[in-house]
Structure formats: C-alpha cells, structure tokens
Write a protein that binds this ligand. Structure first.
Ligand SMILES: Cc1ncc(COP(=O)(O)O)c(C=O)c1O
Length: 367
C-alpha cells in the first residue's frame, strides 16, 4: 500500500476551500485596469495597519524588502551597525548588509530561541543605529526590555515580524512595539499569498512617507527621484487576495494553536524538548519547533515513514560563507550554535488533518 506523504507545510487544501473566492478576486483585479500600487494596495494597507493597531502601513514586494526599506528609512547606511540574531532566516541579515551596514550578533535564549536582551547593551558602539529583534517561530521578543535599551542609547527598533503576523505580546499585536515593523507574506507565512509580498508598519508619519518613496526609487512624483530608493511594489492581485485572507488570520492561528496543544499534550512524556510560550505572548505557531540531540536520526526515521520535517535554521547566518567576512574576530554564540544542531519543525499548518497529526505523534512516540 502506498503511504501518503505528510509534509511540513501545504497550501493546496486551503486553496481548494477558497478557490471560488480567490478566482473571483483575481478576475475583479484583472478587469479593473489597475495592476500595481492602486486601490487594492491602499485598501489592504489600511486594513493591515488597523489589524496591527498602527497608524500606517506600506505594501512592498517581500519581507526582505520590508526590512531593508525600514532600515533605509531610519538612515542606516555604510559602516553603521545593527544588532540582531544569527538564528534567523538569511533575509534578516541580507537586508542589513544591503544597506551597507554590519550585523552585530547577540545570542538567543535557550528556552524560547529569541534574542537575549541582557546581552544587547555590551554590543552597542558609536556606530550602532538600530536593533532588529526577530519574533522567531511566531512569538515576540521582550520589547519591554529591548525598547528600554533602545531609548537609553537613542537607537531605533525594527521588529522582524516575518514569522509573527497574528501573534500578540502583552495583549497587543506583534508589530506594534518597534519604531517600524516588517512583515512577510511569503506563501508559508501565517498570512501568506500565492507569491512574494511584504509590509512595513509604523506609527511615525515621517518614516511612513519615507518608506512610500523608498519603495518607488525615492520618487514622490513621476519620473523624478529625490533620493536613491528601490523597486519594491506590492501588486494589486496580491493585495486583494491578502486582504481577503486577513479576515481568516485569527481563526487560522486558533487552528495552529490547537494543533500545537495536541502536540504538547501528546509529546510531553517524550524526551523531545517542546516549544515554550512566554507568559506575555500569544504564540502564533508559524512553526512548531522541537529539539533533540539526535535530531538527524529522528528526522530520518520520520522520513522513512513518509513524514517530512524542516529545520529553521540549520546554519546560523554568521557562520555562512556569504557573511563570515564581515567579522574580523571569531564570533561565539553558544546557544545559537548548539541549538541549530538540535532543532527541527514538525508539520504545522491550519489544514493539517487530525489523522496526519495523530500519525506524526504515533511515529515519534514509536521512535
Ligand atoms: C525571520 C524572517 N525574516 C525575513 C524574512 C523575509 O521574508 P520574505 O521571504 O518575504 O522576503 C523571512 C521569510 O523568509 C523570515 O522568516
């Protein structure tokens, strides 16, 4: 008998459920005569800003661009330093490097995999311009402490919310704590499109206006650049689809949390280290990350049983060939390096069936 494959993430069931509405939206946009930065984008920006309880939002081409443009809007440039983590997706770092700045790494907490705020202060120099905490896996970093440090040293905070749309921190939306916040609508994300997309959110009118120009070559009138910018426009189709999906974000996160609870309840007796949700957070479980010293063995065993997991992330970014050259001294990030060899993500998406969920648990327990 052919066993069916259980993947870490899938969108086909979700598309099947929403197909009629999605195709209606696509048709409406195609017939509107407007394809880029028009009514649908404005509408989505308004709704997204409201969702994040912030004043302004700027739709861009990806989460990577959202980070880069946010950094550019606060004036990050060549030879500046930006404090962040290494246990993150490459784009957190590539956005900093694209501005000409240098990423300065802080280690993560063992328990929640988030930036260890108590190590930030010692990394601050005259060149430091900003802190980019990453709300990894779906929960927020400790903004009460991070913002205190930023205020003391006059630094800006840019939240990397690529993985945390829909999460809450002290009861408020993720993305409402930084000077600016960057979201991704990459298909796997909690609010995912059918291609690339991103959003910058802020309460600061100056940053908002700057980001709007930066996404379009630094222009505020046609064919005239006031300053160097980039091309990062959100298109109408994606804005319209994402606007429709935004209404489902909260219920999808509830489904993710239900799945996480089932994993928690059933795996708590095993020697896997399970994710922890900080008391001030409402975790959105973008991914469900567990930990074990024999990670590779377990993943192989699961694969033999047609269960495919993922690792976010197997290589700390500071150790990659692309970015090693930026550091003259050897960087030691004990938790980041050790945990990168142990973490892996179990299948997690709102449409994951009970049957498949039970199978993952059963096979893990059998191992
Ligand atoms: C933590 C983090 N930051 C930034 C990004 C970049 O987002 P995008 O893929 O939309 O460029 C991602 C997504 O891959 C991410 O997970």
């Amino acid at each position: 008998m052919k066993l069916s494959k259980i993947v870490v993430w899938d969108y086909l069931k979700e598309y099947k459920t929403n197909k009629k509405n999605i195709l209606k939206i696509v048709n409406k946009v195609f017939k509107s005569g407007q394809l880029i930065l028009s009514n649908e984008v404005e509408n989505f920006e308004k709704n997204f800003a409201k969702y994040v309880k912030s004043k302004y939002a700027v739709g861009v081409n990806s989460g990577t661009d959202a980070l880069q443009i946010a950094l550019m809007s606060i004036g990050v440039k060549r030879n500046d330093e930006v404090i962040t983590v290494s246990n993150t997706a490459v784009p957190t770092i590539s956005a900093i490097v694209s501005c000409g700045a240098k990423p300065v790494y802080v280690d993560i907490n063992e328990k929640d995999y988030l930036i260890n705020f108590s190590l930030i202060e010692r990394k601050i120099t005259k060149k430091t311009k900003a802190i980019v905490p990453v709300n990894l896996y779906g929960q927020s970093a400790n903004y009460k402490e991070i913002n205190k440090i930023a205020k003391k040293y006059n630094l800006k905070v840019i939240e990397d919310c690529a993985q945390s749309s829909g999460a809450l921190h002290h009861g408020k939306p993720s993305g409402s704590f930084g000077d600016l916040s960057a979201f991704s609508f990459y298909p796997t994300k909690n609010l995912g499109g059918y291609g690339d997309g991103g959003m910058i959110v802020t309460n600061n009118k100056n940053f908002y206006l700057k980001c709007k120009k930066l996404r379009k070559y630094g222009m505020n009138k046609l064919y005239y650049s006031n300053f160097h910018g980039v091309n990062s426009r959100l298109d109408e189709i994606h804005a319209a689809i994402l606007n429709y999906k935004l209404h489902k974000l909260d219920s999808n996160i509830e489904k993710r949390r239900k799945i996480a609870n089932i994993y928690n309840d059933n795996l708590k007796g095993t020697d896997l280290i399970l994710p922890s949700e900080n008391k001030e957070n409402y975790h959105s479980f973008y991914v469900y990350v567990v930990r074990h010293k024999r990670r590779n063995e377990i993943m192989n065993y699961l694969r033999k049983n047609n269960i495919y997991c993922n690792i976010s992330y197997p290589f700390p970014v500071h150790s990659m060939r692309a970015y090693k050259y930026l550091n003259k001294k050897k960087i030691i990030l004990k938790n980041t390096e050790r945990l990168s060899k142990q973490i892996f993500s179990l299948p997690m998406y709102p449409e994951l069936s009970n049957k498949n969920l039970e199978k993952v648990i059963k096979i893990l327990k059998k191992y």
